[in-house]
Design a protein around this ligand. Sequence first.
Ligand code: NAG
Ligand code: NAG
Ligand code: NAG
Ligand code: NAG
Ligand code: NAG
Ligand code: NAG
Ligand code: NAG
Length: 611
Amino acid sequence: MLPIAYAWLSLLIIALLGPGRAEVHGQSPKTRPLELILLQDKEGTCDILALRNTQHVRGLRQGGVHAKTLPTQFGGQRVSLVAYDQRALWASAQSQCANTLSGDIPHEQALGPQDGPQQPMAPRVVDFAVRAPQLQIAPLVQSGDPSNRVDLVFFADGYTADEHAKFLQDAQRLADDISYNQTFNTVKPLLNFWAAFTPSKESGIGVGGKPKDTAFGLYRDGTELRGVYYSKPDVVQAACLSMGDACDYAILMGNDPLYGGLGGEFTVITPSLANGPPVLRHELGHSIIDVGEEYDGDFGYFGVNAAQNLSTPVPWAHWLTPSATDSAAQAVRSERAVMPLQTYAWTMLNTSTPWSTNFTSSGLYARHLVRFSLSGLPQAKDLSVRLDGEDLGWVPKPGIGVDRWHYDIYRDEGLAGGAHEVKFTLKEGKREGVAQLCSVEIVEFGDETQFNSTPGHYSMYPTFNYYNETSYRPTNEDCLMRLTPTPNFCKVCIEGLWMSLLRRVDLIDDVATACSTNAASGTVDFSADLLLVPLAGYRADVVASRESYTIMWTKDGETLHEYTNKTRLAVEGADADAVYAVNVTFTTDEVRVDKDGLLTSHRRIALSEIC
Ligand SMILES: *[C@@H]1O[C@H](CO)[C@@H](O)[C@H](O)[C@H]1NC(C)=O
Ligand SMILES: *[C@@H]1O[C@H](CO)[C@@H](O)[C@H](O)[C@H]1NC(C)=O
Ligand SMILES: *[C@@H]1O[C@H](CO)[C@@H](O)[C@H](O)[C@H]1NC(C)=O
Ligand SMILES: *[C@@H]1O[C@H](CO)[C@@H](O)[C@H](O)[C@H]1NC(C)=O
Ligand SMILES: *[C@@H]1O[C@H](CO)[C@@H](O)[C@H](O)[C@H]1NC(C)=O
Ligand SMILES: *[C@@H]1O[C@H](CO)[C@@H](O)[C@H](O)[C@H]1NC(C)=O
Ligand SMILES: *[C@@H]1O[C@H](CO)[C@@H](O)[C@H](O)[C@H]1NC(C)=O
């Protein structure tokens, strides 16, 4: 459990919020909701990390609370609660936490008695800049003002002052990799990427559970390539919070060339050429889209890409092939597969005793897959991988060196019923201490009529958890949440990504208005210019998906047809009390269902208020 890490150093009281309206006459939504950030331990006890004004949450009504949780490294979670209504925010926090919160806020007189504030909570700005490390901030990929974007920040760990340029190169390479032509490419206009440099006294990251003298104290548990952990969460929190709207997700990049990382409250990565991008994409998928795993053998399967059973309608009914408008019974079938073996071995290999394990096949499946991941094995002659004594002909990914990689060996034949053995034999003694078997899995499939393995086919694919319980995912291997080396999400996750991002990003960046009143007639000449998030026709670069903006202007509720799809409305001689409005609707073939109306933005322009 984390202690309260900060004194409330600078208590700058901001004007109390007005009513929580998302629209303010002709301007971008300027009314900022309150965010309460809690750190909650495994027992449910909360500490308050911050209470601040924050970027809008779209679709959030007066009295509503938007909650987002991310797991911390310590088995607890960070909870962000956002609301316009302070009492709703407080009530939600109290119901979330096992302890009473009011007593835990230092120097907080405004809160009143324990059952909740009698007085509205005064929003306070804690000067996190005082607690944050020195940060040299540089833009990497920019699309707009942070108050209407989702901002991802790379923080430097284990880069010395002399390695500032290397940090910028590593961060730029990763930002480009995940946004230039794949993964986050289509949503790039909703994102900003930043690099925030803090020099570390020592270069590299710690091993054996011992951090080096670095900005955030990153380390590996042993020497093996696996998780990378942080030892200074309070410093990361202060660094990110000190950037305000410009830090929605903190990415800690440890200066180490090999595989490693962690998801959750902060994404931890290394700039490994082979593994940096896959780990970053995958962990951001968890934290931004708020989905669990799609690969087998884990514990958490939730979010838009997970169904617990075959009950209809299935969550991605609108993406199924054939679509749900055809025979629903036909569409919702479980693709036929079974997982007779799955283990995270995480074992160092030696030449004296091979690592082997046995599993049992029912003998009822037409095909199978041997899937495993290895590190510390740069050459084919270093290792043999055998199934029932037969060498599977493993060869390392070219150029992988000692880094970790995933291997799939598909075999278009059935396994006989009964016991089988899979064996990893280290043949090269000098690899001992480095050579590692990370994971191994066997999956058996029905033939193509029973298990459709075609990329782009959307159905119900069984995923087997740690306890071999079944849930379902939308595609076989289209998604990087299942197959980490692939660069893209499936369509279901991409739709979820749009929804998550458009919760925090309004399609209208701004409406610039100008007006003058005609003294003689009392009428008004005015203009309104829409500044839209650069999607559809306003994109800087071409994307494969089809998109459009539809713009509708009204005056006192009547559609102004001549202005449809125009970003500029200019009127002479308008009534001084007329009310104009604009609706902007974005369509993309990456979103088929928008139940919360996040693809439409609305502004009201009352001339009496702007003139
Ligand atoms: C994206 O660009 C990289 C680097 O140029 C290239 O390797 C990759 O194949 C491209 N991906 C797509 C989907 O075009
Ligand atoms: C099926 O799973 C959903 C969640 O995915 C759950 O709400 C529902 O109760 C489950 N139905 C049955 C019959 O178990
Ligand atoms: C999982 O359950 C299936 C069906 O009962 C069984 O065939 C398979 O061997 C089990 N796998 C493991 C790893 O226990
Ligand atoms: C060698 O590896 C095998 C299989 O993982 C293991 O059982 C054994 O303890 C290891 N031997 C040594 C000396 O590390
Ligand atoms: C696996 O099965 C083989 C052949 O039956 C046997 O020799 C071996 O000891 C078994 N290995 C394990 C780890 O149980
Ligand atoms: C406005 O744009 C939308 C999207 O491109 C298009 O479908 C519609 O026909 C346009 N309307 C007019 C009146 O141009
Ligand atoms: C504009 O959007 C609002 C809110 O989404 C909706 O109530 C209204 O009917 C829309 N008007 C037009 C002309 O589309």
